[in-house]
Ligand binder design. Structure first.
Ligand code: ADP
Ligand code: MG
Length: 448
């Protein structure tokens, strides 16, 4: 076998053993650049891949290589940057803009100073996202551009994206950082249009070295915003400026996102954050508890909270704060017995709230960008049928309503129609990975 075939065989083996996101992230643009007397040099595109291949996958790669080569004495990972075709004429590649020169026109980065890499607890649920963010913070514009982070509510996306901003502001203060939500971006744009100052708006954005846009899913359906954002995106990208985007769902699930933007978003690196496991939830609580002005909270109390809240780190924080505040006010000690009395209501509220059909309908409508009245109406266009069927499926599965009751919730539909819709989604889920992903995103928002 030649080096290319050997590496293909190794990749084939690795691909079936790790997640797609990990595979694409770490193994794209890797190849064997040299084999000589059992010494193999694997080319990797950047220092970051080198670190991960060496440390996380080194053993695995070695085992696999040994199967396909006669004698493997050493494996070395060597950084050989990818030769990109320049998108802009070379001499136009701009230098970072000195902050001082634009300070007057641009507001400060608008970052929460608590959102740091150090304050983020890392678990398997966010390991990849955190590593990608750190890499971007250390080498903006060089490794993963754009970086697209998605995941459910309260799982640390804003924390991560702002940690990049804080890191860069502290370590490379000459770079101009802007953090903005997509809603703020839209309202700034609308304002600029009203004031006929759209050129100033564009100029301002094009001077940014690190653009962090949060909740980019809200750009869906806003044509003018997408149009302007597309141009700003291209300008920044061509000048190797870093763009990081957060969303509650992957690009392909953002309804009414223009194809050209979708393909831009998919052209960089996409990472997800999922729900933390029990150990990580306990670790998060322990870290937060240490920072609170409170008597030590016993481990069994942290475990009790972590076992009752599975979906959302913000809720974990909220419940812990409630416990500490109540204990302080009433002079109780934060032991398990008191915790159970104080927190019981919070837990049952979170559970029942997450299970009402109405909440599911609202989230589904929000997700697909349709009005609630429409989903309950007789309308039959495919843009409405699918969300309706998804809502039916979720209400049945998560709120456990009977078919006739679901029919009532959805504008008085017959139970056979409901049953048909439920079965349809159930069977589609087996064949359609993008529908599966949509359901995961929606359920994360339902916290169910
Ligand atoms: P999202 O943007 O995904 O909705 P946030 O970033 O706003 O979520 O996170 C919600 C809260 O939970 C924030 O206060 C954040 O600091 C905290 N948080 C989330 N994940 C972690 C983590 N892994 N370690 C520590 N704090 C976390
Ligand atoms: Mg957020």
């Amino acid at each position: 076998m030649d080096p290319k075939q050997i590496w293909q065989a190794v990749l084939g083996e690795i691909e079936i053993n790790i997640s797609k996101a990990n595979f694409v992230t770490w193994f794209n643009n890797t190849y064997i650049s040299e084999i000589k007397d059992g010494s193999i040099i694997v080319a990797v595109p950047n220092g970051f891949s080198k670190e991960w291949l060496e440390n996380k996958y080194g053993k695995f790669i070695k085992q696999s290589l040994s199967k396909h080569c006669d004698r493997v004495s050493s494996i070395e990972y060597k950084i050989i940057p990818i030769q990109k075709t320049p998108a802009a004429p070379k001499n136009q590649k701009s230098q970072p803009h000195a902050r001082a020169s634009i300070e007057n026109q641009t507001p400060p980065p608008n970052l929460n100073s608590r959102y740091l890499f150090e304050s983020l607890v890392v678990g398997s649920h966010n390991e990849l996202a955190r590593a990608a963010c750190e890499s971007v913070a250390k080498n903006p514009g060089q490794n993963y551009n754009p970086l697209f982070i998605y995941g459910g509510v309260g799982l640390g996306k804003t924390h991560l994206i702002q940690a990049i901003g804080n890191y860069v502001s502290q370590n490379t203060p000459q770079l101009f950082v802007k953090y903005v939500t997509s809603e703020k971006f839209t309202s700034e744009l609308v304002d600029a249009i009203k004031k006929q100052s759209i050129d100033i708006f564009k100029e301002k954005y094009k001077k940014i070295d690190l653009l962090l846009i949060d909740d980019i899913q809200f750009i869906g359906g806003k044509e003018k915003t997408q149009e302007e954002f597309f141009h700003i995106f291209n300008t920044l990208y061509q000048e190797n400026k870093q763009i990081v985007l957060c969303s509650d769902r992957p690009p392909k699930s953002i309804a009414t996102l223009e194809e050209r933007l979708r393909s831009r978003f998919e052209g960089g690196m996409i990472v997800d954050v999922i729900r933390p496991d029990l150990e990580t939830r306990i670790a998060i609580l322990a870290k937060k508890a240490r920072n609170l002005n409170s008597p030590p909270i016993p481990a069994e109390v942290l475990e009790y909270i972590a076992k009752n809240i599975h979906h959302n780190v913000r809720e974990l924080e909220g419940v812990l704060n409630k416990l500490v505040a109540t204990c302080q006010l009433q002079g109780y000690s934060p032991d398990l017995q008191n915790a159970k009395i104080i927190l019981q209501d919070s837990f049952s509220k979170i559970i029942t709230e997450s299970l009402t059909p109405d909440k599911i309908i609202n989230i589904v409508c929000d997700f697909y960008g349709i009005e609630k009245e429409k989903i309950k109406s007789k309308a039959r266009g495919s843009e409405i049928m699918k969300p309706r069927q998804v809502a039916i499926y979720l209400i049945r599965k998560k709120a456990k309503l009977s078919y006739p009751s679901i029919g009532k919730e959805l504008g008085g539909r017959d139970h056979t129609t409901i049953m048909h819709a439920y079965n349809k989604i159930k069977s589609l889920l087996k064949q359609d990975p993008s529908l599966k992903q949509e359901l995961i995103s929606i359920q994360e928002q339902c916290s169910c």
